[in-house]
Design a protein around this ligand. Structure first.
Ligand code: FE2
Length: 345
């Protein structure tokens, strides 16, 4: 079944023109970076974040997810897509992941994934799901790194002719964990020491390349940090967008935020996971951002145009970058074309 799905997906992406277009837009580095992108000739670069498509192949409840993804791609024509996980939500699992990612692949748009907690809960191992996704043309995720926890840990750079201007870090926030010796603690997993070491090595390398100045960066992963909840409880944060459920981070603080602060490069953390949140929160020096739920009705979701208002509207989050500009524009785009939360961060 898995092999058949991959053959079918490859056949769908057999256009030489599309491959050449992708080659123009995505230049792989000889090192282990996933890709180094260039700004468009007009100095712009557009990234779409899809999240929580929870797709199930052959299930009519997933139709809204597929329509949402296809419409956003055709309307926005992004240079890069990042899917922040919970790509699938049932059997056949690998076929489901391939099916919902194929519209991106077919359009010749480079994409990467940061796997979610549900992506390896339906029979296939996380490694097999990840390998199948990586086999799709256009997927820029690299192979799992020996000694680094999880699969989907990657760094993507965006460069001007003078060199890298930005980095996008992808972390695998995995699934659930029962802590050794503390069996009463069942929790979502957390970013491990090996992932932090991998991040710090890249952060140092990019800072060196940037003349000793931390390279402005964003981090994408599925499960939010504990600091997301801490920020919401604080009087010192500002927030825009929908906050319609409490965040569900790990019960274990990974320490990742401290690393971001030490390295001084990551300015925004972008998550999925909590379907009824799509907000941008400024807390301290960082932005904590949720994507907009991109799925159908295979799982809980309640957001309409304004909070819990019918009809439910799936969507995506968009980030727009300009060469030489430190600010990033972001907005939520809902299925049908309504745009919300336009702001600079
Ligand atoms: Fe989810």
């Amino acid at each position: 079944m898995k092999g058949a799905a991959l053959v079918a997906a490859s056949a769908l992406f057999d256009s030489q023109a599309s491959l050449q277009a992708m080659d123009r837009r995505s230049r792989r580095k000889p090192s282990e970076a996933a890709a180094d992108f260039k700004f468009r000739p007009d100095g712009s670069f557009k990234l779409i974040q899809f999240t929580d498509t929870h797709f199930i192949s052959g299930d009519s409840r997933s139709q809204r997810a597929m329509e949402c993804v296809c419409e956003a791609l055709d309307a926005e024509k992004p240079d890069l897509v990042i899917h922040t996980g919970d790509i699938l939500f049932g059997r056949p699992d690998i076929e489901s992941a391939i099916e919902i990612l194929t519209p991106i692949s077919q359009r010749g748009i480079p994409f990467a994934v940061a796997l979610g907690n549900h992506d390896s809960q339906f029979g296939s191992s996380r490694e097999d799901v990840y390998a199948a996704i990586r086999s799709l043309p256009g997927c820029i995720n690299t192979a799992p790194k020996p000694g680094v926890y999880g699969c989907s840990n990657d760094v993507i750079t965006l460069s001007s002719p003078a060199g890298p201007e930005r980095a996008f870090y992808l972390f695998d926030s995995m699934d659930a964990v029962v802590l050794k010796g503390e069996e009463e603690i069942h929790s979502y997993d957390y970013i491990r020491h090996s992932q932090i070491g991998w991040y710090r090595a890249w952060s140092e390398k990019l800072r060196e390349q940037n003349g000793g100045v931390p390279l402005p960066s964003m981090a994408f992963f599925h499960i939010p940090l504990c600091e997301m909840a801490e920020g919401l409880a604080s009087q010192e944060r500002t927030i825009a967008g929908n906050w319609c459920e409490p965040p569900c981070p790990s019960r274990v603080n990974s320490g990742l935020l401290a690393q971001f602060r030490e390295m001084g490069d990551v300015r925004a953390i972008v998550n999925g996971h909590d379907h009824d949140c799509d907000f941008v929160m400024k807390y301290g020096t960082l932005y904590y951002i949720y994507g907009r739920y991109s799925g159908g009705d295979t799982v809980y979701n309640h957001l309409g145009e304004k909070g819990w208002v019918e009809p439910k509207l799936s969507g995506c989050r968009i980030f727009e970058f300009r060469c030489g500009h430190s600010e990033v524009n972001t907005k939520v785009r809902l299925y049908g074309g309504i745009v919300q939360q336009e702001m600079a961060i």
